[in-house]
Design a protein around this ligand. Structure first.
Ligand SMILES: *Cc1c(COP(=O)(O)O)cnc(C)c1O
Length: 399
């Protein structure tokens, strides 16, 4: 029996079996479904994308994998150069890994060692946001704040190493006053907290965070595993407020294959780059810099630039705002829109019982969770398809 994610296997609904996928559509034996969540927010250019398929196929014919331990190859070199030019500021030093969670672990370990390498051993704490999600591995669960996912960690009691703060500037200032000189880093999902409930907050919070991090010499980490590549309406939130470490995953490979990167700026990199072997970063996932992943990622970056996807995201956001304008229901707590994300939060999670089947009947794959119905559509979605997704969300409340 297969372990499916986040499920009580004994009572779970039978998963939908997909036999083909193209563009925004998933195909089952007898149905065609719009994937309204882009396979966990990753397949932004659609399934079976010709250019991406070609990029990965060409690389298979060359070689599928070569480790980075003592070896290197063109796809990883090219991707690294491309990221250097694509990413803002001096975020020029990518460390590759196989998943978003691992890339966040790498960022946290890097931030700790940044201080240790300078002989500072008491910067052991991390500040993060309430309702944050940074992955499902142990340290990412610890910095995360989500009872629904990570209650197992309660067995350890409260962590002495992590402090959580809500997205309110005055509380952030208090937290820095209290813990500032013990912190090595402040990690955030910038502007949009995804798995924690599609919560959105203002850029002014991040601007103040940048100032406080500078004042207290704390590294600012942006976990843009979810928000990267246009989801918030910015290419990266890092374009607006520059972090010291940027983590990318999910759409990095356009959803073709698991890969992620932790990109450090020069200040962070320089704390490792010297003659002392003990200052080396001791980490090395087997599949880091995988050539298939790098090839498809390189092509995905080209597609993003050439086809002006930021305009498409802006257009998606406009349609979302039009469609949700004036829409309300007593059962709804709030409707939130940002970039390609549209989320309806309800007051009572029971309101959503049956929604997935309701959407399925109407030709849409949706994955509501807890108190949220949301869409995070592929950028290649057509107007009619998008209004169908949003219309179905509204129609549910006419029930
Ligand atoms: C999905 C996600 C991760 C974890 O990525 P995986 O590839 O699933 O390990 C980390 N941070 C954020 C913000 C995410 O949305």
């Amino acid at each position: 029996m297969i372990w499916y994610p986040y499920e009580q296997l004994k009572t779970m609904k039978k998963p939908i079996k997909v036999i083909d996928a193209e563009g925004v559509y998933l195909y089952t034996k007898d149905k065609k479904l719009i994937d309204s969540v882009s396979s966990w927010w990753s397949v932004i250019y659609g399934y079976k994308n010709k250019e991406l398929n070609e990029a990965i196929k060409n690389q298979v014919d060359n070689f599928s994998h070569i480790m980075l331990g003592g070896l290197t190859h063109e796809p990883v070199e090219k991707l690294s150069n491309k990221l250097k030019e694509f990413l803002p500021g001096d975020l020029d030093y990518p460390f590759f890994s196989d998943s978003g969670s691992v890339a966040v672990e790498v960022a946290l370990k890097m931030a700790l060692q940044f201080y240790v390498n300078q002989g500072i051993n008491d910067r052991t704490m991390i500040l993060s946001l309430t309702n944050s999600y940074h992955g499902d591995t142990f340290k990412t669960m610890e910095v995360g704040d989500d009872e629904d996912y990570h209650f197992v960690l309660n067995a350890y009691g409260e962590s002495p190493y992590v402090v959580h703060v809500p997205t309110e500037t005055s509380l952030l200032e208090e937290a820095f006053e209290k813990y500032g000189y013990k912190l090595n880093s402040f990690i955030v999902e910038p502007l949009l907290q995804g798995a924690g409930g599609m919560r959105m907050y203002d850029i002014s919070f991040l601007k103040r965070a940048r100032e406080l991090c500078d004042e207290y010499n704390v590294l600012l980490i942006f976990d843009e595993v979810a928000t990267g590549f246009g989801k918030t309406g910015h290419r990266f939130v890092a374009d607006v407020v520059l972090p010291d470490i940027l983590v990318l995953g999910k759409a990095l490979t356009a959803g073709y294959i698991g890969h992620a990167t932790t990109v450090a700026n020069k200040k962070v990199f320089d704390a490792f780059y010297d003659d002392d072997p003990n200052h080396a970063f001791m980490h090395g996932p087997t599949f880091m810099g995988n050539p298939l992943a790098c090839s498809v990622s390189l092509k995905a970056l080209e597609i993003f630039e050439i086809n002006n996807y930021m305009d498409k995201v802006k257009h998606i956001e406009e349609v979302e705002r039009e469609e949700m304008e004036g829409f309300s229901d007593d059962r709804i707590e709030e409707i939130r829109i940002m970039g390609n994300v549209c989320c309806i939060e309800v007051k009572d999670s029971k309101t959503l019982n049956g929604y997935q089947d309701f959407a399925y009947e109407r030709g849409i794959f949706a994955r509501p969770f807890i108190k949220y119905i949301y869409s995070m559509v592929p950028y290649v979605i057509e107007y009619d398809e998008l209004t169908k997704v949003l219309g179905t969300m509204k129609e549910w409340f006419a029930n």
